[in-house]
Write a protein that binds this ligand. Structure first.
Ligand SMILES: NC(=O)c1ccc[n+]([C@@H]2O[C@H](COP(=O)([O-])OP(=O)(O)OC[C@H]3O[C@@H](n4cnc5c(N)ncnc54)[C@H](OP(=O)(O)O)[C@@H]3O)[C@@H](O)[C@H]2O)c1
Length: 283
């Protein structure tokens, strides 16, 4: 059983909602309850329904339209406040929230591109930054977690435990959060893109879209599970085991290596993502 102290999630959309799902699992107990906010009543209601379906009675779900001071109510007494709103909204939210925050409440932002320095300038609380990815929805996220200048070891332990409810957590300095975001944050999109393209090839080889989906989705899933189940065996070794010398896979891999030059392509793709991050951070 994982025990977490009271939590507020401000902005419980795709990412905030995925983390809420982690907190509502049977093996997780949140002492002092979970309070979540959104703008619209429909979203607040949907989260209430989700919690009751899962048999959780510890969730209070507010909408700002019905309860204009919902965010202030949600943070009252919270040990940890997760900021799940869009990046552009974070500064205004922090400005309005500052008077309502208890001094030792930890703020953790998942907003891309909003620096800890920006947030620390707006509140006197400890602030950490996290970069989860969308497999959080199925409890298989990779989250990069960076401390701020005021966070204690205990703050980071609580933040780590929060994100571990939805997957793996990697402790990184904030200087590496943007780079991490180009690998694991954007990474699910790279994988889906590879799946899309291999599916198109399968269809061109004469398979129906349904057959192609069975083959390609199943292969990506199977290979990932095999890797996960193989302990310390490196992906290169697992690849070698599928690649008999002089065989068909060897020919295909040679084309991917020589003509695709995937490493160089990934270098350029992640560099483009990093450059865009810098543009967004500059406003
Ligand atoms: N999605 C990802 O893969 C991902 C990965 C890493 C980090 N992030 C970060 O996660 C954050 C949220 O992204 P998202 O994709 O989850 O967006 P989203 O689905 O639009 O969620 C944002 C939520 O914030 C609510 N909201 C808006 N203004 C609010 C306010 N003043 N107070 C409280 N709630 C408010 C919205 O409610 P209504 O819909 O009712 O207006 C919405 O549910 C972003 O900062 C993003 O950078 C996302």
């Amino acid at each position: 059983m994982v025990n977490l102290p009271s939590i507020a999630i401000l902005g419980t959309g795709s990412m905030g909602g995925a983390i809420l799902s982690g907190l509502l699992q049977p093996g997780v107990e949140v002492t002092g309850g979970i309070r979540v906010t959104n703008r619209t009543p429909a979203k607040a209601e949907a989260l209430r329904d989700k919690a009751s379906e899962l048999g959780s009675s510890s969730l209070v779900s507010y909408s700002l339209e019905e309860t204009p001071n919902a965010n202030e109510l949600a943070v009252a007494g919270a040990r940890i406040v997760l900021l799940g709103v869009k990046p552009a909204m974070v500064p205004d939210l922090l400005r309005s929230l500052a008077p309502a925050l208890a001094p030792d409440t930890l703020l953790v932002s998942v907003a891309a591109g909003v620096t800890i320095a920006t947030m620390e300038a707006l509140v006197s609380n400890p602030v950490a930054r996290a970069m989860p990815n969308t497999p959080a929805v199925v409890g298989l996220a990779v989250t990069g977690l960076a401390p701020g200048s005021r966070t204690s070891d205990e703050d980071m332990d609580v933040a780590r435990a929060l994100f571990q409810t939805v997957g793996d957590v990697l402790d990184v300095p904030e200087s590496k959060i943007d780079a991490l975001s180009t690998i694991s944050g954007s990474g699910p999109a790279y994988v889906f893109y590879l799946i899309e393209e291999l599916t198109r090839t399968a269809i061109d080889l004469g398979f129906t879209p349904e057959e192609a989906a069975v083959m390609v989705n199943g292969t990506f899933r199977g290979a990932s599970e095999l890797l996960a189940a193989s302990g310390d065996i490196a992906p290169s070794e697992l690849r070698r085991r599928v690649t008999s010398p002089g065989g068909t896979t060897e020919r295909a891999i040679a084309v991917l290596q020589e003509q695709g030059n995937l490493k160089s392509l990934f270098d350029r793709a992640t560099a483009a993502a990093l450059a865009r991050n810098a543009e967004l951070a500059a406003g």
